[in-house]
Design a protein around this ligand. Sequence first.
Ligand code: CUA
Length: 312
Amino acid sequence: MDHASHSTLNPAGAAAEQISQLFYWMLAGGIVIWGVVVGLAVYAIFVRKEHPLRMTRALVIGGGAVIPTVTLSGLMAYSLSIMPELHRPAPDGSLTIRVSGVRWWWRVEYLTDDGEVEFETANEIRLPVDRPVEFKLVSEDVIHAFWIPALGGKMDMIPGRENRLRLDPTKVGTYGGVCAEYCGTAHAQMMFRVIVSDEQEFDAWRRQQRSDAIIEPAPNPFGRQVFWRRGCPACHTIRGTEADGSVGPDLTHFGSRMTIGAGILPNESDALKRWIVRTHRVKPGVEMPGFESLINAPEELDALVAYLEALR
Ligand code: CUA
């Protein structure tokens, strides 16, 4: 599968940069305290002579109280000082995206300036580089947490509440996102991709996502028929067709996504077949029913997969 960075130490966003700097300062402070304490311990073990009382006091009070207090207070002041910056709201007119945590995937809605849904997608977020973005984070069931380690800090998604998170991507690339709050069986398989590109590429993608399904290379009537006959439209929407279920991910431009199953498999025919047939083995706990009977109908499975992959 593609390489998507999950590293907080390789920041690609303004907030992540500050958090990684904080990490290095904390590390340095920790090393100073550790060095002094271990140094004193070694000194006490090897230098076996009596000291004047004043020097003993100075060592105990200085090494045991003064140095840790000064170092830790300095680090705490620094960590508190960056918090307002990390929590400042996005400027008016920023790109706004609502992300809902759903057991165990992500509903992603791009909003217009008026707060209307422009289009919906799932498990994949595209962003333009060097432009602030505001996420409105909600949950449809239990508490989840939204985290893109390379771009910035995490934020809880709480039912009945809307939390906001501003991020500023600074580097083009593909990054991994995860759920950072235990939310049930498939918590560890609740992932997504974030693709940061230049403004032009982002605009082209946004235009394409806004449109109804584009079926390329060719319409596939048999695959479409299987999709209907097997009941997929009860849960999935394909805009531009009569499929309008909303329980599961919107599949309008499914073929253009990088992964399936909320970031767990590459979006390729063989993986998709496995996902449809062995759903519960691939992702235990998933709400989607498995379509094991399709093993005995390979021509149906092939057509269904070809139909889904052609949704661009
Ligand atoms: Cu959603 Cu853990």
